[in-house]
Design a protein around this ligand. Structure first.
Ligand SMILES: [Zn+2]
Length: 744
C-alpha cells in the first residue's frame, strides 16, 4: 500500500462511501368598506322615515360596525417575514422602503401598528404563532436544541382536520421538520440544499427558491381548499441581497433583503390572482421578530427584549370579508394569530390557547391592550448570561433581569429611561403578575427533555454528565453588563462572514479569555481553526470547552464531527453516543454512528441507525444512498433497487447511483438493466468500477467481445486498484479470448 493510500484510509470523510470489495467471480461494487314644514299629514311621512332611518342604521351598523364577515370557505395563506422590522416597511411609514407589494396588501387590508412577538427567536416565535400559546406552555425556548411536542395542537393540525390541504415552504434550518413545526402539514418543504448530508444550523435558502417550490406545488394543488405557510428568511443576517438589490441598496443591504423578499411576496399574491383565488383567501403577513442595529448594544436579535426585536409587522387581507385600509393601534400578539384565523373560519379554538381572536378589533370594538409575556433564553444557553423574562401590560414593559428594567412605552417608546428604581410599586405589581404567568401558563411540555437514569449513568461513565442539572442555582451575569463582549462577538462573526478566519480566531480567543463559559465561542473558534486547516487545534478547543461545560450538546456534536474528520473513529463513536444519550433524535449523531458502524463492517447495526436517521429526514440523499448500499451488500437487493430507483429520479446526474443500481441489477441477473445503468454511469464518469462491472455483465450475457472491451478499459484505469483483482482480470481476458477462438 502506498503512503498516499494509507493517509486516505486514515482520514475518513463522510460522502465517500467505500465500495464493495470485488469478488472473484465477477460481481460487485455499490455507494442518496333638515327639517321643513309640509302641508300634508305628518304621520304619512313619519312611518316611512322611521323605516328609512331604521334600514339606514341597520346598513350603517352592518358596514361600519360589522365590517367583518367570517367565512369558513376561505383558504388561508400565511407568510412569515423573518427578522423584518415593521418600521422598515413602506406601509409603516418608512420612506426609503421599496416594499410595493407588502404596502399594497396593507392598503387593501388591515394593519396592526402594535404587534409583538413573545420571543425574539425564529423557532420559539413560530411555535407561539402555530400553537397560540406562550413558550411557557409550548416549551420551545431556543433554536436548534428544542422540539415542539407532538402532544401540542397546532393550527395546521386543526386546518388539516377541517379538510384543508396544508403545505409549508420554509427557508431556514431553525424551522426544519425535525424540530416539530411540520405537525399537521401534508407537505413540508424544508430542503435547503438538495443533496447535502448535514444541514448546518445556519442553513437557509433565498426567497426565489422558496417561491419556485411554492409555485410548483401550487400549480398542482390550487383547486383544493388550502392552508399555505410560506417562510421568507432573507432579512436575516448576513445581509447579502442578490442583484440588482445588492447594488441598489449598497449602503443598507438589510433594506435590500426586504425589497428582494417583497418582490417574491408579490409573486405569491400574483399566483393566487392568476387562479382567481385572492378573493377567496385570508392573507396574513407577519414578522417572527425584529432586528436590532446597535441601538442598545445588540446587533441582530435574541439577546434583549427591547422594541427593536419584539415589534413585528402584522397585516391581514380578506377581500369583502375584512375591512380595507384599517389601521389598528391596539396591541396584538403572535399568539393571537391562531385564534383569529380559527375564528374567521368559524372554528373553535383549543382550550389551552393563551391568545385571543383579534376579529372584535376589526369591528372597531375598543379593547384594552392585551398583556404580553416575553422571554429569551438565548443569552443563557448560548453565552452563559442570564435569561430575560418580562411582561408588557398597559403602557408598561417590565423585564426581570439581574438588574430589573421598567419602561413606560407611551411616554418613552425608545426605552431610554429605566424607571425600575423610581417606581417600586409598579415593579412589585408587575413582578407578582409575572409570577402568576409563570405559575399558570406553564406546562410539563415546557421542560427540557428529562434524562432517564440509565442515560445519566451512561453520560457520567463517559465523563460527559452535564452542568444542566446543577447550573440552575448559579448566578448568571446580566446581558446588559456584557455589551462589550457582545460587540466583540459581533465583530468576530463579521470577520468570519468576510472569510478573515485568522482575525476571527484572535477575537474569539480574546472573548474566551474574558469569559471562558461561552459555548458558542468555543464552537466558533474551533470551526475557524478547521477552516484554517488546523483540526488538532479545533479538537483541543472543543475538548477544553467540554471540560468546562460537560453537557453542551453543541460542543459534543462538533467534537464528534471533528474526531470523524480526523479518522479517530472510536472517539467519534463514543462522543456521538453521548450526544444521542442527551438527544435521542439527533440526526447528525444517528448518521455518524451509522457511518462508523458501516466502516467497522457491522452492517446490521449500521442499517438500524441509517433507518432511524431516515425517519427524521426522509429526503436525505446521503442516508438513502448508504442505506441502499448497505441493503444491497446484505443481500436485500430488491429493497436496495427501490431506493436507488427513487434516488435516480431526483439525482439523474449522479454517476454513483447509476453505477450502484447497475451492479444491483447485475446481482439480480437483470443484465439488460445492469448494462443500461452502467453505461449511463460510464457516460457520466468512467470509473474502473463501472468498466469492470460492465465487463462482468456482458460476460454473463454471453457477449464476450464486449466483455473483453470493458475489462480492457478497466485495466487502462486500474492504477491503484487491488493487484490481485488486476491479475484476475488479465487472466479473465485471456480466458475469454480463448473462448472466442475456440468457438471459431
Ligand atoms: Zn426569525
Amino acid at each position: 500500500m502506498t503512503k498516499r493510500k494509507k493517509r486516505r484510509k486514515k482520514r475518513v470523510r463522510l460522502g465517500q462511501e467505500q465500495k464493495f470489495e470485488v469478488q472473484k467471480d465477477f460481481h460487485v461494487n455499490f455507494p442518496s368598506q333638515g327639517t321643513k314644514k309640509f302641508n300634508f299629514p305628518f304621520y304619512r311621512l313619519i312611518i316611512p322615515s322611521i323605516l328609512i332611518i331604521s334600514i339606514s342604521i341597520f346598513l350603517w351598523r352592518f358596514f361600519i360596525f360589522n365590517p367583518v364577515k367570517k367565512d369558513s370557505s376561505f383558504n388561508v395563506l400565511l407568510i412569515t417575514l423573518d427578522t423584518t422590522r415593521a418600521d422598515r416597511l413602506g406601509c409603516y411609514g418608512y420612506k426609503q422602503a421599496e416594499t410595493p407589494n407588502i404596502d399594497n396588501i396593507a392598503r387593501k387590508g388591515v394593519i396592526f401598528t402594535q404587534a409583538y412577538a413573545q420571543v425574539p427567536l425564529t423557532f420559539p416565535s413560530h411555535c407561539c404563532l402555530f400553537t397560540g400559546t406562550y413558550p411557557l406552555y409550548h416549551g420551545a425556548r431556543n433554536n436548534g436544541t428544542y422540539y415542539l411536542s407532538s402532544d401540542i395542537i397546532t393550527l395546521a393540525e386543526i386546518l388539516k382536520a377541517k379538510g384543508l390541504i396544508t403545505a409549508a415552504f420554509v427557508s431556514s434550518f431553525t424551522v426544519d421538520s425535525r424540530f416539530g413545526l411540520n405537525q399537521g402539514f401534508d407537505y413540508y418543504d424544508d430542503q435547503f440544499r438538495k443533496g447535502e448530508t448535514f444541514k448546518g444550523l445556519n442553513a437557509e435558502r433565498r426567497a426565489e427558491e422558496v417561491f419556485i417550490s411554492f409555485k410548483t406545488w401550487f400549480e398542482q394543488n390550487y383547486f383544493r381548499p388550502f392552508f399555505i405557510w410560506v417562510h421568507f428568511f432573507d432579512p436575516h443576517l448576513p445581509y447579502d441581497p442578490p442583484s440588482p438589490y445588492k447594488e441598489k441598496f449598497i449602503a443598507n443591504p438589510y433594506d435590500g433583503e426586504i425589497a428582494y423578499m417583497d418582490f417574491y411576496v408579490g409573486k405569491i399574491i400574483e399566483a393566487l390572482e392568476t387562479k382567481n383565488l385572492l378573493d377567496k383567501t385570508l392573507v396574513i403577513l407577519v414578522g417572527d421578530h425584529g432586528e436590532a442595529f446597535g441601538e442598545k448594544g445588540e446587533d441582530g436579535h435574541g439577546i434583549f427584549l427591547y422594541e427593536e426585536t419584539l415589534k413585528v409587522p402584522l397585516i391581514f387581507l380578506a377581500k369583502n370579508r375584512l375591512p380595507s385600509g384599517q389601521v389598528i393601534k391596539t396591541r396584538a400578539r403572535l399568539i393571537d394569530l391562531m385564534p383569529t384565523i380559527l375564528d374567521f373560519l368559524q372554528l373553535p379554538s383549543p382550550q389551552q390557547i393563551h391568545g385571543v381572536s383579534l376579529l372584535p378589533l376589526f369591528k372597531k370594538h375598543k379593547l384594552k391592550d392585551f398583556p404580553n409575556y416575553i422571554e429569551t433564553y438565548f443569552p443563557r444557553e448560548n453565552f452563559g448570561w442570564s435569561e430575560l423574562i418580562g411582561l408588557m401590560k398597559g403602557p408598561w414593559k417590565y423585564i426581570k433581569a439581574p438588574r430589573e428594567e421598567l419602561y413606560n412605552l407611551k411616554t418613552d417608546p425608545g426605552e431610554k429611561i429605566n424607571l425600575a428604581k423610581d417606581n417600586q410599586r409598579m415593579i412589585l405589581k408587575l413582578r407578582e403578575e409575572l409570577n402568576h404567568y409563570l405559575k399558570n401558563y406553564s406546562s410539563s411540555l415546557a421542560q427540557k427533555r428529562q434524562l432517564s437514569l440509565e442515560e445519566r449513568e451512561k453520560l457520567r461513565a463517559l465523563g460527559y454528565l452535564s452542568s444542566i442539572e446543577t447550573d440552575s442555582t448559579s448566578d448568571y451575569p446580566d446581558p446588559k453588563d456584557k455589551i462589550e463582549e457582545l460587540r466583540l462577538i459581533t465583530q468576530a462573526e463579521l470577520l468570519e462572514w468576510e472569510q478573515k478566519f485568522d482575525e476571527a480566531v484572535k477575537i474569539y480567543e480574546k472573548i474566551l479569555t474574558i469569559n471562558p463559559k461561552i459555548p458558542t465561542s468555543y464552537i466558533n473558534l474551533g470551526l475557524n481553526y478547521l477552516r484554517l486547516g488546523q483540526p488538532q487545534q479545533a479538537l483541543a478547543i472543543f475538548q477544553k470547552g467540554l471540560a468546562l461545560m460537560p453537557g453542551s450538546l453543541l460542543l459534543l456534536s462538533r467534537l464528534g464531527h471533528t474526531y470523524l474528520a480526523l479518522g479517530q473513529i472510536k472517539n467519534s463513536l463514543e462522543t456521538w453516543q453521548s450526544v444521542l444519550a442527551l438527544d435521542p433524535e439527533n440526526f447528525d449523531a444517528l448518521v455518524s454512528i451509522a457511518w462508523i458502524y458501516s466502516l467497522l463492517g457491522e452492517k446490521e447495526t449500521a442499517r438500524k441507525y441509517y433507518e432511524a436517521a431516515l425517519s427524521i429526514e426522509p429526503e436525505n440523499k446521503f442516508v438513502r444512498k448508504n442505506l441502499a448500499h448497505n441493503l444491497a451488500t446484505s443481500g436485500f437487493l430488491e429493497r436496495a433497487v427501490a431506493i436507488f430507483e427513487s434516488l435516480i429520479q431526483e439525482f439523474p446526474d449522479d454517476y454513483e447511483i447509476w453505477q450502484d443500481l447497475g451492479i444491483a441489477y447485475g446481482h439480480l441477473n437483470n443484465l439488460d438493466k445492469a448494462v443500461e445503468c452502467l453505461e449511463k454511469a460510464v457516460n457520466l464518469k468512467p470509473t474502473p468500477t463501472a468498466y469492470y462491472n460492465l465487463g462482468v455483465a456482458y460476460k454473463k450475457k454471453g457477449e464476450l467481445a464486449e466483455a473483453i472491451k470493458y475489462l480492457r478499459l478497466y485495466l487502462d484505469k486500474a492504477a491503484g486498484e487491488n493487484e490481485e483483482k488486476i491479475r484476475s482480470v488479465r487472466y479473465e481476458i485471456k480466458w475469454l479470448s480463448q473462448q472466442i477462438k475456440n468457438k471459431k
